[in-house]
Design a protein around this ligand. Structure first.
Ligand code: ATP
Ligand code: MG
Length: 196
């Protein structure tokens, strides 16, 4: 499962866990992006912070792991490169690429989309606010699955921290603490305290 994971949240974790259960996967490898070409319009937190938050979030699940293939890459991340590297590291593994409804809609625009479907089976999961459709995708290339709806996004988590609103229960406890410790997503101005 690839992502910016800025920060990783429970929507990501539920998606991974559901797909692992439905497809009987032995392992889910979370792959934080290095330099995401699709997000060059905004500041992305340092790769090392996103990598560590993903490690913290997945540490308690023996089937979850985190890969540095994209974090350690010098060039922008393309999914075809990620899958090629993972295939090289695990030549005998059957690869699945887990993606949310919003990212699935962009697959056809992804580089080397034909090769992508040779490298992995794609699993598209439902995500509140997005329509899950495979109309433009090659027939049979993508499995669509419905997962418990969690209307959580990293964008909202970042904005919440910036406004001084809590992200408890949207992201794992250790990630709340890591965000605070590193001062991530703060807009600079101290927030006013509410209440009487
Ligand atoms: P941002 O708001 O910064 O884009 P995000 O919440 O979309 O962050 P990403 O790191 O962009 O998180 O997403 C990684 C993958 O997880 C994508 O395939 C995305 O579609 C999927 N995903 C993210 N949030 C959810 C969710 N709540 N439910 C299902 N899938 C999700
Ligand atoms: Mg996103």
């Amino acid at each position: 499962m690839g992502g910016t994971f800025d920060p990783v949240h429970h929507g990501h974790l539920v998606a991974a866990s559901e797909v692992a259960g439905l497809f009987g996967l032995d392992e889910v490898v979370f792959v934080p992006t290095g330099l995401p070409w699709q997000k060059s319009d905004r500041e992305v937190s340092p790769a090392e912070d996103r990598y560590l938050m993903t490690v913290i979030a997945t540490a308690s699940n023996p089937r979850f792991s985190v890969s540095r293939v994209d974090v350690d890459r010098d060039s922008p991340t393309y999914t075809v490169d990620t899958l090629t590297d993972l295939h090289r590291q695990r030549p005998d593994a059957e690869l699945f690429f887990i993606t949310g409804a919003d990212a699935l809609a962009q697959i056809v625009g992804w580089r080397d989309s034909d090769r992508l479907f040779d490298l992995a089976r794609f699993v598209g999961v439902t995500r509140p606010g997005y329509q899950l459709e495979d109309t433009d995708l090659p027939a049979g290339a993508v499995s669509l699955v419905e997962i418990p709806a969690l209307a959580i996004s990293s964008t909202d988590c970042r904005e919440r921290v910036g406004r001084g609103m809590p992200v408890w229960y949207l992201v794992p406890d250790g990630v709340v603490q890591y965000i605070e410790k590193r001062g991530l997503y703060r807009t600079g101005r101290p927030q006013q305290r509410a209440g009487t």
